[in-house]
Design a protein around this ligand. Structure first.
Ligand SMILES: Cc1cc2nc3c(=O)[nH]c(=O)nc-3n(C[C@H](O)[C@H](O)[C@H](O)COP(=O)(O)OP(=O)(O)OC[C@H]3O[C@@H](n4cnc5c(N)ncnc54)[C@H](O)[C@@H]3O)c2cc1C
Length: 433
């Protein structure tokens, strides 16, 4: 029989330092086999050139390069996690599998199946909090119910953080405890059905100067002065605890955004119905117009509303859109076009590099007025005013819509005032019913 090992399973925590689960595994006393699985259940649904798959692939390659100095490597598989684990169980003598908590509905289901499989072979499944500072259930009202309004949630969150501090897990200093065995080669993108360009994904630096300026500059898409750490928080290429410490030191406004992230995560955990339904049930009665042609024009960025079109083109071309513009395009889709927020949410989910189910859903429901602590439905962004205020020299618009103000630029697909009045009527009727 092989000598015993423990496994560390990387998922959305793709870093070697300040990784809680990895740290616990590395000090467990047994050599650690590090594993990553390209999950075919997820990958089968993605387009061939998915930017997120490219990011993950390149990141794993970079981690393996970082591990070369210890002569260690992550074992990488493609397949269904239960099948991969069945294979590992037959190849190794595994005592425990270590991993970090993962909260989305599919992840919970997957972990439940893997945990049952391991249990049936006498293997422990040990999981740790890493993706957030406080998970669902840790920040509750005094009567034990979840917060559904952000401000009191954030107050309690800050109190708890100040009382307990922010941990650091020095996993990097004990990487020598990884198993000294070269695993077989990583599956190629082509073997998994993907076509991606190869690059390196290094550990990101937190841009402290941007964070310090964040309160003043975050709203101006032409300046592009947000940190772009969303994708790194999504895949764990940066530690959220490091980001929180940065926010404490340099910008409470920026820290507040990280609290929004955790707020929406706990909403999804406590109210999983939000994946398919409005948080406030009476908003499920809205009679959406759902014009497919107008939806197509919104997706491709040819609505004739320049700020909306600029944002939608930025998204398609780069996988990113500035937050101010995300709010404007989401409000425009749901309120001016009366298209179901779920359509917009799905488009963002397909395109955003930083796609996060809880944040995407929470923000879409916020924009549509259907969510917890949402903007009131009668607050309808005027895309022209938003452009005047936040892109006053039209730098952002011209960057993404070069034909703006030429004959080639389309006229608006709806009139602002008419659309506004129609929206108010439709929402009012639904809420009265
Ligand atoms: C309609 C809509 C959909 C969105 N979908 C997503 C999504 O799928 N994934 C996602 O991470 N964010 C989403 N956001 C929130 C926000 O737009 C992005 O987090 C932000 O633009 C990412 O840019 P950044 O990394 O430069 O963030 P910064 O502005 O530098 O903020 C730092 C981090 O704080 C978090 N954060 C910031 N704003 C929010 C917010 N409003 N809600 C939750 N977390 C926030 C993110 O993790 C972000 O990376 C959405 C917003 C809207 C209006």
């Amino acid at each position: 029989m092989n000598s015993p090992v423990n496994v560390f399973w990387f998922r959305r925590d793709l870093r070697l330092n300040d990784n809680h689960g990895l740290f616990e595994a590395l000090r467990s006393g047994l050599p650690i086999l590090p594993v990553f699985i390209f999950d075919s259940n997820i990958l089968e649904k993605l387009p061939e050139e998915d930017l997120r798959v490219a990011f993950i692939y390149n990141r794993i390659n970079t981690l393996n390069t970082q591990l070369e100095k210890f002569n260690r490597k992550i074992a990488v598989f493609y397949g269904k996690p239960e099948v991969v684990f069945a294979g590992l169980i037959s190849e190794y003598s595994i005592e425990s599998v270590y991993t970090n908590h993962d909260y989305e509905p599919y992840a919970l289901e997957r972990d439940n199946s893997v945990s049952n499989l391991l249990k049936s072979s006498g293997i422990a499944f040990k999981t740790f909090k890493d993706q957030v500072l406080f998970e669902a259930g840790e920040i509750q009202k005094s009567d034990g119910t979840p917060y559904v309004v952000f401000t009191p949630y954030s107050k309690k969150w800050l109190e708890k953080m100040n009382a307990e501090g922010v941990a650091h897990y020095d996993s990097e200093s004990i990487l020598v405890n990884l198993l000294d065995k070269t695993p077989s080669a990583m599956p190629t993108p082509a073997q998994m059905g993907f076509s991606i360009s190869m690059s390196s994904v290094y550990d990101p630096e937190i841009p402290s100067a941007l964070v310090k300026d964040y309160a003043e500059s975050r709203n101006f898409p032409d300046q592009d002065k947000t940190t772009r750490l969303g994708v790194h928080l999504r895949f764990g290429t940066i530690s959220v605890r490091e980001c929180i410490n940065e926010g404490r030191k340099n910008s409470l406004v920026w820290l507040n955004e990280l609290i929004w992230r955790e707020f929406f995560m706990q909403i999804l955990a406590h109210y999983p119905k939000v994946v398919n339904n409005a948080f406030r049930s009476d908003y499920d009665r809205i009679l959406w117009v759902n014009n497919e042609d107008q939806f197509k024009r919104w997706c491709e960025g040819t609505t004739g509303y320049p700020l909306v079109d600029a944002g939608m083109r930025e998204l398609s071309q780069t996988g990113f859109m500035h937050n101010r513009v995300r709010m404007v395009v989401a409000s425009f889709l749901t309120k001016h076009l009366l298209i179901d927020w779920r359509w917009g949410e799905a488009w963002f989910a397909e395109k955003l590099m930083d796609f996060e189910l809880s944040s995407n859903n929470g923000n879409w429901q916020w924009a549509a007025g259907t969510g917890c602590d949402a903007a009131p439905y009668f607050r309808i962004f005027n895309p022209y005013e938003q452009a005047k205020k936040f892109d006053k020299n039209e730098v952002y618009i011209r960057r993404w819509v070069p034909e703006y103000k030429s004959a080639a630029y389309p006229s608006p697909i709806v009139d602002h005032q008419t659309a506004r009045i129609r929206c108010l009527e439709v929402y009012k009727t639904a809420l009265k019913a």
